[in-house]
Design a protein around this ligand. Structure first.
Ligand code: ADP
Ligand code: ZN
Length: 640
């Protein structure tokens, strides 16, 4: 027992030493330490951690320590061929022996990697699942296994194995071979997709029944969630970027390819460095745009959801949704790409009645089975409820993933309410108005038009009747004679739209789509609203108040926000130097140093190498490779 405890202490020290010396970080984050200890000792694991939580270290550190202890090579399964180069590059920069095998290598390069593999001269090998399960590769693994040189399998983006996850990849199914063929070699699966269905599916598909599960909090405290009512989405987006994110890197998600093109062009015309990305673009061009986004600073990627998985650029300062996604899982995954570096970032979405109608239509008109559609509708409703919420968005998001928000509470109203202080509703509690009367007027109109004509009408027409507008259609259909014609002249169109969205969100009104037309239908839930049994509370649709923090958040980014004048000069020059190094190494700038590391160096104004010790993100290898240059850059711009 004593001996075991001693061993555990020794390895715990070894893990911490690797964290500090190789990666240059001071301490472990969240559950990293226990995961690393468990896997390092040869245990299987399922790791659920939000994007930016620090999953990579959870397999990289065990890989390094196990290699040192003579266990051999760690194989990392990753679906993202396009990103393996940068991941391996980052490990090289830190002085770790790593390689990848995928279709981008030519025969000679692949052979070279295979030779190193045979010699056991690699710590981490990245491979795509389709590569891994080829007979040729399996034969190589067999040989390593026979010699006891197969240390660990790390299966990244493990939700790809599940049909319930949103990135199902059939190739992942073949990974069962690992457990059958290499029994006894520890396996860990990692994902940022949390929902219970997907989790159970991963366990079953990858045979991880005996694996220990590590579930982290999914909170991303540095991300500020804001959902605004859509008016003129493009202009709203422009203002948001100009006011809060000038010069920042960001991602703008749109529903369709056409919209992606339009928005990218509009941003470009206003002087924002924007690029389009969608599946309709030529693969080469897509890759080129992705590379620019990763390598250059301050690029805004306008994209469909085809973009983003595995993008580990740490300094994405905002993720904007111009159209509403399909469900909260998608929304959370996409917004999670902001602020991986832990610095302030924004998740901003504009949404409106049309989004609700469109999403419903897509579900209704899809060829899927009714049962599946029902699940999709439920998920859409949950997202609608989030968008319409007047209380803390963070608490709602976490609640969706079955996590109770454990942060501060607001007791000012005598009740305990979650209060994160970093979402729009917490920062500017919305004015609430009672929309019950308006809701009843809308529902009665839906009822009466149906009675009158024997069929159903859409949202726009219904609103025209309530507001007493004598449009051609209203007159032609005889709707001026309805008792509800003009009963809602007191309400603005925007208010009525809000009421309609809310009615749809709570299921008191149903949008039905057929042949490209959407019509409104009463539901079982309409009655209670009509009878006044359910109160409809709505956010006041005032124009969004300008956010006070605005200018302090513009270039050169939050990392430098607290720097004084001289330090800022050093920081800017360090960034210029970093850009050159990155170009030379054909790697993104953040792989060389994060902004936060450069800011810490600039702040310290080092005069000697020894003064660079202990700066976060500056490991032994980087100190050795870049220390002198960093000093020179700092000193050459020293103020006189
Ligand atoms: P994930 O894969 O979970 O999205 P990453 O592994 O890319 O997250 O880590 C996110 C960021 O956090 C990276 O920039 C990484 O270097 C940094 N990071 C991870 N662990 C630590 C730590 N213990 N201390 C400081 N930074 C860390
Ligand atoms: Zn909040």
């Amino acid at each position: 027992m004593k001996c075991l405890a001693r061993w555990a202490t020794i390895t715990a020290v070894a893990y911490l030493t690797v964290l500090r010396e190789i990666f240059g970080y001071e301490s472990f984050r969240g559950p990293q330490q226990s995961i690393i200890a468990h896997v390092g000792a040869g245990g299987d694991a399922l790791v659920l951690m939000p994007t930016g939580g620090g999953k990579s270290l959870c397999y990289q550190i065990p890989a390094i320590v196990r290699q040192q202890a003579g266990h051999g090579i760690t194989i990392v399964v990753s679906p993202l061929i396009a990103l393996m180069h940068d991941q391996v590059g980052a490990l090289h920069e830190a002085g770790v022996s790593a390689a990848f095998l995928n279709s981008t290598l030519n025969a000679e390069e692949a052979q070279d990697v295979e030779q190193r593999l045979r010699r056991g001269d690699i710590t981490l090998l990245y491979a795509a699942p389709e590569r891994l399960t080829t007979p040729r590769f399996l034969a190589q693994l067999d040989s390593l296994h026979e010699r006891g040189m197969l240390s660990l399998f790390a299966i990244d983006e493990a939700h790809c194995v599940s049909q319930w996850g949103h990135d199902f990849r059939p190739e992942y199914r073949a990974l069962t071979v690992l457990h059958e063929r290499y029994a006894g070699v520890p396996r860990m699966a990692l994902t940022a997709t949390a929902d219970a269905l997907t989790r159970a599916d991963i366990v079953e598909r990858l045979h991880l029944e005996d694996a220990q599960q590590f579930v982290s909090s999914f909170d991303r405290p540095n991300i500020r969630y804001t959902i605004v009512e859509k008016k003129d989405a493009s202009t709203q987006l422009m203002r948001f970027i100009e006011r809060e994110h000038e010069g920042d890197a960001g991602v703008v998600y749109c529903q369709s390819r056409r919209r992606v093109e339009e928005v990218a062009e509009m941003l470009l015309e206003s002087g924002i460095d924007a690029l389009p990305y969608h599946a309709g673009l030529d693969a080469k061009l897509r890759q080129k745009h992705q590379d620019r986004f990763l390598r250059d600073e301050g690029v805004v990627m306008v994209a469909t959801i085809a973009f983003g998985m595995g993008i580990d650029k740490p300094d994405v300062r905002f993720v904007a949704h111009l159209d509403m996604p399909k469900n909260i899982e998608g929304y959370y995954q996409e917004t999670g790409r902001a602020g991986r570096d832990g610095l302030a970032a924004d998740a901003w979405m504009a949404y409106g009645l049309q989004d609700v109608v469109n999403q419903r239509r897509m579900i209704d008109e899809s060829p899927a089975a009714e049962e599946f559609k029902q699940v999709m509708r439920g998920k859409l409703d949950a997202l609608l409820a989030l968008a319409e919420a007047t209380d803390c968005r963070r608490a709602r998001l976490l609640g969706y993933f079955d996590e109770a928000y454990a942060g501060p509470q607001d007791t000012s109203k005598g009740v305990y309410m979650p209060f994160c202080g970093n979402c729009d509703n917490c920062l500017h509690p919305p004015e609430v108005w009672d929309g019950t009367d308006a809701a009843r007027k809308i529902l009665s109109t839906v009822y009466r038009t149906q009675q009158h004509n024997g069929h159903h009408f859409g949202a726009g027409h219904t609103m025209d009747i309530v507001r007493g507008k004598k449009t051609g259609k209203v007159t032609q259909r005889g709707h001026t004679s309805l008792s509800t014609f003009g009963v809602g002249t007191d309400y603005s169109e925007q208010q009525l739209r809000g009421v309609m969205r809310q009615l749809i969100a709570i299921g008191a009104l149903h949008v039905h789509s057929e042949d490209g037309f959407s019509t409104l239908h009463l539901t079982a839930g309409s009655r209670a609203v009509l009878k006044g049994e359910v109160a409809i509370q709505l956010r006041e649709s005032t124009s969004q108040k300008a956010d006070k923090r605005s200018k302090s958040r513009t270039t050169p980014g939050p990392a430098a926000a607290s720097l004084g004048q001289d330090a800022l000069v050093r920081f800017i020059n360090l960034k210029a130097w970093r850009a050159e190094v990155a170009k030379e190494h054909n790697l993104p700038a953040y792989v060389i140093f994060h902004d936060a590391t450069l800011a810490a160096i600039a702040e310290r104004a080092p005069q000697a190498l020894s003064e660079l010790h202990g700066i976060s993100g500056l490991g032994v290898k980087k100190l050795e490779a870049y220390g002198e240059q960093v000093l020179r850059v700092c000193q050459s711009f020293a103020p006189h």
